[in-house]
Design a protein around this ligand. Structure first.
Ligand code: 7PM
Length: 280
């Protein structure tokens, strides 16, 4: 991937020549526990507004928890949670809206309301998802995983995790292109923690630059993840500094987008990193 690449996300063109931050916005009921629909839309919007003020270029909106053991959400429930937030953000904020979903209906409806990117942790594997994503014309993030979200951490196994992730993503790109998704609208993600143990995650992180051979933008999501918890022996609310180290490491290796909870500190860390990269 050359230095001054751009990514077309719906109506917006994103410049990927410096590392960008994607802020995570969960709109699951457990994230806004006091119930009322309007109240939760306002709270989600306020959080998005804050993340944009802190420098997020993308807001990744998710209404279905991918947490192992989490309850499955009906399609309508997911639409009802996510779409009002998409609409409000699109009308009021200057940011690319990413749909964190595997649901073809949400892809279509979200695209109509101004979303720019589809971030599907199931890599468009669900019935109808590949076609829906292609028909929206939006950019897509293809993430590697081994197994299904509910059971993927039971016994992850690889002969060569870097080669297998890379080969998987290369094959996915070809299926997407065959389905009508333009190559320049595809972002790749090794899927940290998705069917990977600590050693797999560390190996992937160490060799991240090898995924650049696929010549597409790279997205990395490690914010607050177990690989930090296991390395530092810290609970989820004490993983920010470890996450910043991995964000900087990823950017130095050539990652383009960092998906994080803690936007302000990550933006500073990446701006500082980029200033040094430019002096090379
Ligand atoms: C439970 C398990 C809660 C896993 C949350 C998660 C990624 C993603 C997620 C990622 C892309 C988390 C994950 N992770 N999308 N969605 N890449 N593209 O820790 O690494 O945020 S959900």
């Amino acid at each position: 991937m050359s230095k001054n690449k751009q990514l077309q996300c719906g109506a917006r063109t994103v410049d990927l020549s410096a590392p960008l931050v994607m802020g995570i916005l969960n709109v699951t009921p457990d994230s806004f526990s006091d119930g009322g629909r309007f109240n939760s839309v306002d709270k989600a919007f306020a959080q998005a507004k804050q993340m944009v003020a802190e420098g997020a270029a993308f807001i990744d909106i998710g209404g279905e928890s991918t947490r192992p053991g989490a309850q499955a959400v009906s399609s309508q429930e997911e639409l009802d949670r996510v779409l009002p937030v998409v609409e409000k953000i699109h009308r009021n904020l200057d940011v690319v809206i990413s749909l964190d979903t595997s649901n073809p209906e949400l892809m279509r409806e979200g695209a109509k309301l101004g979303a720019g990117l589809i971030n599907d942790v199931r890599a468009l594997d669900r019935e109808g998802a590949l076609q829906a994503a292609a028909e929206t014309g939006l950019a897509v993030c293809l993430m590697h995983r081994q197994g299904e979200p509910q059971t993927m951490q039971h016994a992850p196994c690889y002969e060569d995790v870097v080669v297998e992730v890379s080969d998987y993503l290369a094959a996915k790109v070809e299926s997407c292109v065959a389905a009508g998704i333009e190559r320049h609208k595809i972002v790749l993600d090794p899927g940290f923690g998705f069917g990977k143990n600590l050693q797999h995650n560390l190996t992937l992180m160490a060799h991240l630059h090898k995924l650049l051979r696929l010549e597409l933008p790279l997205l990395v999501g490690v914010s607050r993840k177990t690989m930090i918890g296991e390395t530092l022996n810290k609970p989820v609310d004490e993983r920010m500094y470890g996450g910043l180290a991995l964000a900087v490491w990823s950017a130095v290796q050539g990652a383009h987008i960092l998906r994080v909870h803690d936007v302000a500190p990550t933006v500073d860390a990446l701006r500082m990193t980029h200033a040094v990269q430019q002096a090379m």
